[in-house]
Design a protein around this ligand. Structure first.
Ligand code: TYM
Length: 339
């Protein structure tokens, strides 16, 4: 009974990260950061900046350095609180590369080659198919398992990486006859994982797709982007299915506007009375109302180097404490020298 109660009282561990490849966009916010902020209230949370992962695309050192700072400032400006969550930079935790090496021994080339993200990357960067791209899911599993995280708030595009992390956790436990690792699962408060679309008519919003609205974008910039978004000549019959480009605008409306606003335009569409210009104006207004408070804070926090330094220094210390504990257990289970 007492044991059960104690178990109940132990908080679940949550972990997630974002690659420092540029400013955060509203896809990152609704797919990931919004959940981070909620979860830090009642979980043991680790949120980090995945700078090792970003090396797979060979950034210039100056850009890497700047982008780490950007993501950190944007984490803090959107509401991540270093008093509630451990916020750190991946490369500040040397236990991660060691555990990554150990996990690589239990990951098979065939399964890594079959992942959709790897196949996509080969297509996108055929001149840079490096080994880091192949073992990307192993590093991601390491990030998660080194803190024994149970829940991983991510967008829909990370689903397969999470499946791999579960597979590696199970495989390790089975191989060494241990229950060291929990099986982590992807998580979203809204239950379904989110995919925020871009403004170019198809696919998801992405930093490298040129179709994103950034949290730091100035109102004029947002207006320009939304007004340029792809549409069509309008529905020709009542209650017609929405083509992808139009559905995308409605998906954006759903996350930034009120239910009434969404229903209003949905009804207009279903009655063939929609004017896309009106919808875009409303969407622009609602996106600006949503991002503006973040924008001001981002600019303020980005200028405060002393605060940023303090946050990541403290974060690295806490993250290393947790990571080294797990790594010690892993080394022990594997059977490294004890004498
Ligand atoms: P990254 O940097 O590509 O994206 C960061 C987070 O934002 C989510 N996201 C989206 N969600 C909804 N709609 C979109 N259009 C959209 N675009 C991005 C992503 O799903 C992600 O949650 N591999 C990870 C980083 C990582 C990680 C980890 C995550 C490294 N180790 C361990 C969790 C746990 C990545 O590249 O995310």
């Amino acid at each position: 009974m007492r044991q059960n109660r104690e178990r109940y009282l132990i908080m679940e561990t949550v972990l997630s990260g974002i690659r420092p490849t540029g400013n955060l966009h509203i896809g990152n916010y609704f797919g990931a950061v919004k959940n981070f902020i909620k979860m830090q209230e009642e979980h043991n949370c680790f949120f980090f900046i995945a700078d090792f992962h970003s090396l797979t695309t060979h950034p210039i050192p100056g850009d890497l350095h700047g982008h780490v700072k950007t993501v950190l400032a944007e984490y803090l400006a959107t509401g991540l609180d270093p008093e509630k969550a451990t916020i750190y930079v991946q490369s500040d935790v040397p236990e991660i590369p060691e555990m990554y090496l150990l996990f690589n021994m239990n990951a098979y080339i065939g399964e890594l080659e079959r992942t959709t993200t790897f196949k996509e990357k080969i297509r996108k960067q055929p001149d840079n198919v490096n080994a880091g791209l192949l073992t990307y899911p192993v590093l991601m599993a390491t990030d998660i398992l080194i803190h024994k995280a149970n829940k991983v708030p991510v967008g829909k595009d990370q689903e397969q990486n999470l499946e791999m992390a579960r597979k590696f956790a199970k495989r390790f436990n089975h191989m060494y006859n241990t229950d060291l690792f929990p099986e982590p699962s992807a998580y979203n408060f809204g239950e379904e994982l989110v995919k925020i679309p871009g403004l170019d008519g198809s696919g998801k919003m992405g930093k490298s797709e040129g179709n994103a609205i950034y949290l730091v974008d100035a109102p004029k910039e947002i207006e320009k982007k939304v007004m340029r978004a792809v549409t069509d000549s309008g529905p020709t019959a009542k209650n017609q299915d929405k083509p992808e480009a139009i559905q995308n605008l409605f998906t954006l409306l759903k996350v930034v506007s009120s239910t009434d606003t969404y229903n209003y335009f949905d009804e207009k569409y279903n009655n063939c009375e929609i004017r896309y210009g009106d919808l875009k104006k409303q969407l622009t207004k609602d996106i600006i109302a949503f991002t503006n408070p973040f924008r001001e804070k981002i600019l303020e926090i980005s200028a405060n180097d002393a605060y940023l330094h303090k946050v990541v220094t403290q974060g690295a210390e806490k993250a290393r404490e947790s990571a080294s504990k797990t790594l010690k257990e892993v080394r022990n289970v594997i059977g490294f020298r004890k004498f």
